[in-house]
Ligand binder design. Structure first.
Ligand SMILES: [Ca+2]
Length: 311
């Protein structure tokens, strides 16, 4: 049985690859795509999601737009990484796939409540605003979802402040809600995703696959490399978001450790930090897991396979 997932995203170069992987891999049944403000404004990331869907011929998966700003923070986009459109570096088709006439938070709730218990996995790859809103609006979803596998945070690595990763930094209050909801949650943080680098061999493989989507992805990764070099001095860009989906397809892609995780809200220097208690000092038990290692080859092989299937 394919795993049913809702991808809650803010495309976003790496979100786009997560979407392609989720759509094309037969182990995953992508039941909805929802968008949230983050990498760019809600309008832009939603258009980008629909353009990617158009590019890969994804017409059978509902797309709904969600929250246009974080719960408390002002909106804070990542144009230094993703450009003015949120997905600069290539020409994408005009969005022809329709937008559902329902708010993302309601689509998330409806999808979970109308599916058998423990069959829907939430895969957030942006700020956690929609997911926190859904958990507060309909608390019954917490026990009904199978699990949450999210991209965000880091226990040693950070990328937006000395202590925080971007997705969590954008909406720390939402992250606090989601990490403490009580559902099984796996954090795929920077400690893992900084190993998912689009190195030259990756770009060569995309060129070899030589389809319209694979060449677009190569162009996106080339732009991503330039921006990551300029803003964070990475030689090759980390492709964060699809690690979540790859882990759901094949758990051997990433090793996880069970550990309590909470979000710092009040630290003068550490707001948005994901505090991972590896020594179980604050709690002996928990339902949270953290990714600690990545099988880079297995990860990229899944991405290549998806691009070949999309054709
Ligand atoms: Ca993202």
């Amino acid at each position: 049985m394919a795993k049913k997932i809702i991808l809650d995203c803010d495309p976003g170069h790496d979100d786009a690859i997560a979407l392609m992987l989720a759509y094309a891999n037969p182990e995953i049944d992508l039941v909805a795509v929802t968008t949230v403000a983050g990498n760019q404004t809600l309008t832009k990331v939603t258009n980008n999601a629909r353009s990617i869907a158009t590019l890969i011929g994804m017409k059978d998966v509902p797309i709904a737009a969600g929250c246009d700003r974080p719960l408390v923070n002002e909106i804070n986009v990542a144009d230094e990484i993703h450009g003015d459109s949120g997905i600069d570096g290539t020409e994408l088709p005009k969005p022809e796939v329709p937008l559902q006439d329902i708010h993302a938070v309601d689509l998330i709730i409806e999808t979970i409540m109308n599916s058998p218990e423990k069959t829907i996995t939430l895969v957030p790859t942006g700020a956690l605003t929609n997911i926190a809103m859904a958990a507060r609006r309909e608390p019954k979803i917490v026990d009904r979802v199978k699990e949450v596998v999210l991209m965000g945070g880091g226990y040693l690595e950070s990328n937006y402040s000395a202590a925080a990763e971007f997705n969590i930094f954008v909406d720390p209050e939402a992250a606090r809600v989601v990490f403490n909801a009580g559902w099984k949650l796996t954090m795929v943080g920077l400690d893992v995703t900084h190993k998912a680098l689009a190195t030259p061999d990756v770009l060569e493989e995309m060129e070899k696959i030589n389809t319209v989507p694979s060449i677009k992805v190569k162009e996106l990764m080339t732009f991503f490399q330039k921006m990551y070099k300029e803003s964070q001095d990475f030689d090759y860009p980390p492709v964060h978001d699809p690690v979540t989906v790859a882990y759901l397809i094949d758990p051997s892609v990433m090793e996880v450790v069970k550990a309590p995780i909470d979000i710092e809200l009040h630290g003068e220097l550490t707001r948005g930090m994901t505090v991972v208690d590896f020594n179980h000092i604050v709690a002996s038990d928990c339902v949270t897991y953290v990714g600690v290692s990545l099988d880079k080859q297995k990860f990229w092989d899944l991405v290549y396979d998806a691009l070949r299937k999309i054709g």
